[in-house]
Design a protein around this ligand. Structure first.
Ligand code: IVH
Length: 714
C-alpha cells in the first residue's frame, strides 16, 4: 500500500495532527544533518517521512502550512562545503619516535649539506599541536578565505567558520606583509573549553564529546558559523602556503613576523644548532604537557634557513627538512580474552587480540594487533627472541600500548599472572574465511621464513577480494565520498560489487534492478543519488592514486607516485609492466632503472600485470574510468623539465641525493642507468660504464659545472 492510498482514508483531524508531527520531525532531522553533521535518523526513514508529508499535503490542500516543507523536497542545502585547491600543498610530517631518530635526522641534514664548508645548521623546535591544520588567505592584509587541509591538495572552504576564531585577525596588524599571504597553523580547543562544553551538553542531554581534537573538528565543520563561534576555538600560526613575496630568511623569523602581524604564535618555539639542545627542549615541553591546557602530541623540528629547506626538498607527502618527534605511547594492563584471525588484502593472516576493555590515554581499547605468528610465539623462525622471548596465551594479563593513531598493540605479558591452565597458542594453517592453505613463504632476499602466514586463495577468497575493494576506495586511493568500508562490505556481501569496475556500473545496473539500492536498509533516495554522484566524480582519478588503488603488493603511495611520474600515463606504465611480466628484458630494465625502485617491487608489478585475472579486471575498470596523465607542475619552464637525467662519476659541488632533489625540483626524472630513454648524462670524474653507454647511444653528456649553468642554479 502506498503512502497516498493510506492517506486518503485519514479523518481530517488525524491528518492535521500527523502533518504537524512530521513537520517537526523533518525540521529536526534537517537541523541534525545539515547543521550539526550528526544525522539522527536513517536516510530511509527521512525519505519515508518526507513522502508521507507530501502525500498528506496533496490529499488535504487545506492543511497546507505557510511554512510548508514540501518545496524543499530533494533540495537540501548545497552539499557540504565548497572545495578549495591549495596552490601550495599542505603536507604532513615524518615521525621520529626516539632520540636516535632525531640524531639521524640532524645527521641526514649535515650529510646533505656536507659540501657547503663551514655551514652551521640551525633548527627550530616547537610543540606539535594536536588539532586540525587550516590555511588562511590574506590579500592586501585582509582575510579573504580559510580552508581545511583536506587531502593536502584540496580542502574545504570554511572561511566564515574560521573568521569566528578570536586568534585569527580579520585584518593584519603592523605592516610589510606580502600582497598574497597564506598563513597556516593549527585550530584547537583548550581543555577548559572542552570540559565546559561536555558538561553543558551532558546537562542538556546532548551528544557526548570524545576529545578536544574531534570536537574542534566538528565545531569547524558547522553549517551555521554561529555554532562555531560558540565553541571558542583557538589558533596557533606556524607556517605558510602561497606568498607573493618572502617573509623572512628563516623559519624562526617568519613565525616571529606572524606574531607582529597579529597572530598567536606558540611561545615554546626555540632555535638551536645542537641535537642535545633539541632533545632537552623536547623534554622541557614534555614535562609541561599536562599543564599547558591544550593537547600536544610531540615536538616538531624544522631546518631554520628557508633557502636550505628548499634545497633539501620533499619526499612524497612530507618535507625532508622537518620531523615530528612524537611523545611515547600510552600503556595499560588488561586481559587477553581471545585471539581472532583476520585476512587482509594480500591474504595475510593477522591475529587480533580481543581484550577486556580498558582505557588507554582516554580511549577505550578492546582490540589490539598481535602482528603475526612469531610475535605470539615470542620467537622468530630462527629461534631469536621477540620482546622478552615469552609467548602470549589466551587468558594472559598483558600490557597494551597506544601511540597516536597507530593500532594498539600488545607489548608484554605478565607471566606471574598467567592462569595455570593456559596453553600455548596454536596458529592455524588454513584460511579462516575460504579454507585454502595458508603458508609462510621464504623471503628470497634473506632466505628467512616470512613471519606472516598468507592465504593462497587470492581472489577466490572473499576476505581478500573485499579487502582489495576497501583499499581501492580508501582515502589515499580513489577516495569516493560515502563509499567506505561499511558500504563496500555490504555491497560485496549482496553481490552488487565484486570487483572495482562494478563500483562504476552500479548506477546503471541499479536503474534496471528490481532490488533498488534506495530500498535497502540504511539507504534512501537522497543518499543513493549522492553516492552515484560521488562515484561519477571519480571517473578521472589522478594517476598516482589510481596505481596505488590497484593494490599491487609492495606498491605503496610513494612507489605509485614514482611510477606515475616516470611513465606519465597509465597506458605507458601498464604496457611496460605487462612486457616485463612476459619476459621482455628491456621493459624490465626500464622499470628497475627508475631511481628508488628495486627488484622486489618490479617483480611484483610484472607478475601483477601478467596475471590474466588482473588483466580482465583492469580492462573492465578502464572501460569506466580514465586515469589522468601525470603532470609535473614544478618548474615546468626549466631547461630540464620532463627530461630523464643520469648522474654518474664523482660529483664535487653537491651530494648525489642533493643532485637528485635538485633535478626533481626542476621537473626532471632521475634514472639510475643509461638507456635509449635517457636525455642527459651529468658525468663527474671517474665516470665509467654509464658514460661509455651514453657515448655509444649518442646521448648528451655534460659536466657538473655545465649542469649548474644549464639549470641556472649556479
Ligand atoms: S609543520 C610542511 N608545525 O601536524 C610541514 N605542523 O603530522 C607542515 N602540526 O598537518 C607542518 N603542530 O596539522 C607543523 N608546530 C607544527 C605543528 C604541525 C601540529 C600538525 C599539522 C600537520 C601535522 C603533520
Amino acid at each position: 500500500m502506498s503512502a497516498e492510498d493510506e492517506v486518503s482514508a485519514l479523518p481530517l483531524e488525524d491528518a492535521k495532527a500527523e502533518l504537524d508531527r512530521l513537520h517537526a520531525l523533518i525540521e529536526r532531522a534537517d537541523k541534525a544533518y545539515f547543521q550539526k553533521d550528526a544525522p539522527e535518523i536513517s536516510d530511509a526513514d527521512y525519505d519515508a517521512a518526507k513522502r508521507r508529508y507530501i502525500a498528506i499535503e496533496t490529499e488535504f490542500p487545506e492543511l497546507r502550512r505557510p511554512d510548508s516543507l514540501a518545496e524543499r523536497v530533494g533540495a537540501p542545502p548545497a552539499e557540504g562545503f565548497a572545495k578549495v585547491r591549495h596552490a601550495v600543498p599542505m603536507l604532513s610530517l615524518s615521525n621520529a619516535f626516539d632520540d636516535q631518530d632525531v640524531a639521524d635526522f640532524v645527521a641526514r641534514a649535515r650529510k646533505f649539506f656536507e659540501r657547503d664548508k663551514g655551514l652551521e645548521l640551525a633548527f627550530t623546535a616547537e610543540p606539535k599541536i594536536d588539532g586540525l591544520s587550516a590555511s588562511l588567505r590574506y590579500e592586501r592584509g585582509v582575510y579573504v578565505r580559510g580552508a581545511t587541509r583536506g587531502d593536502g591538495t584540496e580542502g574545504e572552504d570554511i572561511t566564515e567558520n574560521l573568521r569566528t576564531i578570536g586568534d585569527i585577525p580579520n585584518r593584519l596588524a603592523g605592516s610589510g606583509w606580502p600582497d598574497v599571504l597564506e598563513v597556516r597553523g593549527e585550530v584547537y580547543m583548550t581543555h577548559a573549553d572542552f570540559a565546559a562544553l561536555k558538561a553543558r551538553s551532558a546537562a542538556e542531554g546532548g551528544q557526548d564529546y570524545v576529545n578536544p581534537r574531534n570536537t574542534a573538528a566538528g565545531s569547524l565543520r558547522q553549517k551555521d558559523a554561529s555554532v562555531t563561534a560558540s565553541r571558542n576555538l583557538k589558533f596557533f600560526a606556524y607556517g605558510w602556503g602561497e606568498i607573493s613575496a618572502p617573509i623572512a630568511p628563516t623559519q624562526y623569523d617568519s613565525v616571529r613576523q606572524f606574531g607582529d602581524w597579529g597572530f598567536v604564535v606558540n611561545d615554546l618555539m626555540m632555535r638551536t644548532s645542537s641535537v642535545e639542545a633539541m632533545l632537552e627542549h623536547y623534554r622541557t615541553i614534555e614535562a609541561q604537557r599536562a599543564t599547558l591546557g591544550y593537547d600536544i602530541d610531540g615536538v616538531v623540528y624544522k631546518l631554520d634557513r628557508l633557502d636550505l629547506q628548499q634545497r633539501w626538498g620533499f619526499v612524497a607527502r612530507a618535507p625532508r627538512w622537518a620531523i615530528a618527534h612524537k611523545f611515547p605511547a600510552e600503556q595499560a594492563t588488561t586481559i587477553l580474552n581471545d585471539i581472532d584471525i583476520q585476512v587482509g588484502r594480500t591474504g595475510t593472516l593477522t591475529p587480533v587480540a580481543r581484550l577486556q576493555p580498558v582505557t588507554v590515554g582516554g580511549v577505550v581499547v578492546e582490540n589490539a594487533t598481535l602482528h603475526n605468528e612469531d610475535y605470539i610465539a615470542g620467537r622468530d623462525s630462527t629461534g631469536a627472541s621477540i620482546r622478552d622471548g615469552n609467548d602470549i596465551r589466551i587468558g594472559d594479563t598483558v600490557i597494551v600500548q597506544r601511540a597516536g593513531d597507530v593500532i594498539p598493540q600488545i607489548v608484554a605479558v605478565l607471566l606471574d599472572k598467567r592462569p595455570a591452565d593456559a596453553v600455548p597458542y596454536e596458529f592455524r594453517t588454513t584460511c579462516p574465511v575460504c579454507g585454502s592453505e595458508a603458508v609462510r613463504e621464504v623471503n628470497p632476499k634473506t632466505g628467512k621464513l616470512d613471519a606472516r602466514r598468507r592465504c593462497t586463495g587470492e581472489l577466490i577468497c572473499p576476505a581478500q577480494s573485499v579487502e582489495q575493494l576497501k583499499h581501492f576506495v580508501s582515502r589515499n586511493a580513489l577516495d569516493i565520498e560515502g563509499l567506505g568500508e561499511k558500504q563496500i562490505a555490504a555491497f560485496h556481501a549482496d553481490g552488487r560489487v565484486t570487483q572495482p569496475a562494478d563500483i562504476f556500473t552500479l548506477a546503471r545496473r541499479d536503474a534496471e534492478s528490481l532490488k533498488k539500492l534506495k530500498d535497502q536498509e540504511g539507504w534512501g533516495e537522497t543518499s543513493v543519488k549522492k553516492l552515484f554522484a560521488a562515484i561519477d566524480a571519480r571517473r578521472a582519478p589522478e594517476l598516482d592514486r589510481f596505481i596505488f588503488a590497484l593494490g599491487i603488493r609492495h606498491v605503496g603511495e610513494t612507489t605509485a607516485a614514482m611510477f606515475a611520474k616516470a611513465f606519465g600515463t597509465f597506458a605507458a606504465f601498464r604496457d611496460t609492466a605487462y612486457k616485463a611480466g612476459n619476459g621482455d628484458e628491456e621493459a624490465y630494465g626500464a622499470l628497475v632503472g627508475i631511481d628508488g625502485i628495486g627488484d622486489t617491487v618490479v617483480q611484483s608489478v610484472a607478475s601483477f600485470f601478467a596475471n590474466e585475472r588482473n588483466e580482465k579486471a583492469i580492462d573492465a575498470l578502464l572501460a569506466e574510468v580514465t586515469p589522468r596523465s601525470y603532470v609535473v607542475t614544478v618548474a615546468a619552464d626549466s631547461q630540464v623539465a620532463g627530461k630523464t637525467v643520469v648522474f654518474t662519476g664523482t660529483l664535487e659541488r653537491m651530494t648525489r641525493t642533493e643532485a637528485k632533489a635538485m633535478a626533481e625540483r626542476l621537473g626532471a626524472k632521475v634514472a639510475g642507468s643509461v638507456s635509449a630513454k635517457t636525455d642527459l648524462v651529468v658525468a663527474g670524474p671517474g665516470a665509467g660504464s654509464k658514460l661509455k653507454q651514453a657515448e655509444s647511444l649518442g646521448i648528451a653528456v655534460i659536466s657538473e659545472d655545465e649542469w649548474f649553468d644549464l639549470t641556472g642554479q649556479s
